[in-house]
Design a protein around this ligand. Sequence first.
Ligand SMILES: [Zn+2]
Length: 185
Amino acid sequence: MDPSARDFDSASRTGTDVRIGHGYDLHRLEALAPKGVGRPLIVGGVGVPHDRGPVAHSDGDVLLHALTDALLGALALPDIGQLFPDDADENDGRDSADFVRAALSLVHERGWAPVNVDCTVVLERPRLGPLKVEIRNRIAELLGMDVADVNLKGKTHEGLDAVGEGRAIEAHVVALLGRRSGGKS
Ligand SMILES: [Zn+2]
């Protein structure tokens, strides 16, 4: 589970007190089942009313997937696809909050904790504005952080390419980690 422990140890010897990670994800959006193959659209753990949804093995939460990879990436750990293979039965339809919790435990085990996270979701429609506060609160709750340290920006793709045509959703997350001052979680 932890092939990169040696890399991490050498990085930690530089004495830096912060680590930064970036996560990116994209899912195709299709008509909802049974008409199509899309799962109900969930972004940041919050249901988004829409006639299309992600094609995915798990619940397809693009934002929580990018967040998971940002947390793992900050410590040069294996990525979400390596930790949670998309051909494993136990990940079929799985709540993506499980991936975030697992990544957070790895971060905590190594003596780090998120300082702030900055998220961007690119979705042509519907607009995420009305759900922004709920999504930020959900992520803050998952990470055990203050909502003031969790940012979310909603963007469109200006009608261009697959995302702009409403056929895909994208997310980017940057996460800053700091050393934990207290003991273990
Ligand atoms: Zn994904």
